[in-house]
Ligand binder design. Structure first.
Ligand SMILES: [Zn+2]
Length: 343
């Protein structure tokens, strides 16, 4: 056995004992070629390949994958090809190395002593689409699509996007701290994202909270209502929400929506306008253009609302469908709803 072979086997046995499966990424971390924070960074879609962050090159990683495969087959482990999808806005497949095929790196080797049920559960969990990750800005930045800036950004293949361009600006921020409420809100929300912030001193991303749908948060709060503290917090949040809404703007915007879309239900127009009127949230309706109730800005706010509420868009994104494909898939439904509101 070569020295590398011995090290790979030791790391593989450790990973297998701990988690009942082993992957090349586990080995690379086990051998000290990658730190787990770097793996997180890659999983968030912040670098083009894992190789870029590793202390060894792609060829060495490939040799390691081959050694792992040989050891695993001899030990009777079962290969399971696993989806690796970026947690960024494009949901693109993650790349391991700059050159050559990635298939060998996606294989997870499962322990031979697993029951069929446990194996199915493990495979399902490994293939689950990762959480979307939104980053709280800590330095100046501008959006790759609209050149605007904002308190939050999400990575995409073309660079950082603001929440408006990323179709996430309808979500509400729920700070971390109440585990039960966070868990329920995330479960209730079709689309949700984790918010992290870089701790520059500790050089790692820390979880600050989640972005969830307003209705999901309300439902989760209902479920938690027995808890007096939560009730208090909701009252506080409602007060803040009301104080930040610009009444006059809201009424004018609702009227403008109904002028452009005469058959849009009235309460829906009000809802869209209310949403757009939250001050300083960086939502479509608060842009300078919408302030003067520009036709295009109003239409954009309506389109965003239809996309989130009347199509499968958010569910598709949560399932890991790339953003472009999701947009194509729902275009027909979107157009049909808009058309039915125009006549
Ligand atoms: Zn933007």
């Amino acid at each position: 056995m070569s020295k590398l072979q011995r090290r790979v086997v030791t790391a593989a046995e450790a990973a297998l004992a701990q988690r009942k499966y082993v992957s090349v990424v586990d080995i690379a971390v086990g051998l000290g070629w990658l730190r787990s924070a770097q793996v997180d960074q890659w999983r968030q879609g912040r670098v083009a390949t894992l190789e870029e962050l590793a202390a060894v090159d792609g060829a060495r990683l490939r040799d390691t994958a081959d050694l792992l495969g040989r050891w695993a087959r001899e030990g009777g482990l079962t290969p399971s090809e696993t989806a690796y999808i970026a947690g960024n806005r494009d949901r693109a497949p993650l790349k391991f190395v700059a050159h050559g095929d990635d298939a060998v790196f996606r294989i997870h080797w499962l322990a031979p002593d697993l029951s069929p049920a446990r194996r199915a559960q493990l495979v399902q969990r490994q293939n689950k689409a990762p959480d979307l990750v939104v980053v709280e800005a800590t330095s100046e930045w501008s959006c790759a699509e609209c050149s605007d800036t904002g308190p939050y950004l999400i990575m995409s293949d073309t660079g950082p996007l603001c929440l408006t361009c990323a179709d996430l600006d309808h979500l509400e921020f729920l700070p971390a701290g109440d585990a039960a409420l966070s868990r329920r809100a995330k479960k209730e929300s079709t689309l949700a994202a984790i918010v992290v912030r870089l701790n520059t001193r500790r050089k790692r991303y820390e979880r600050k909270g989640i972005l969830v749908e307003e209705q999901a948060l309300a439902r989760a709060e209902e479920q938690c209502l027995a808890d007096e503290e939560v009730r208090l917090r909701r009252r506080e949040r409602d007060t803040v929400r009301r104080a930040t809404q610009d009444d006059e703007f809201r009424v004018r915007m609702a009227a403008e929506i109904l002028r452009l879309f005469p058959r849009c239900p009235e309460e829906r127009a009000t809802e869209i306008a209310e949403h757009a009127a939250v001050r300083g949230s960086g939502r479509v309706g608060r842009s300078a253009a919408a302030k003067v109730l520009d036709r295009e800005a109003v239409t954009l706010a309506v389109v965003a609302s239809v996309r989130h509420l009347d199509t499968d868009y958010d569910r598709l994104l949560m399932d890991g469908v790339p953003r472009r494909d999701a947009r194509t898939a729902i275009r027909e439904t979107l157009d049909r709803v808009l058309e039915s509101w125009r006549e």
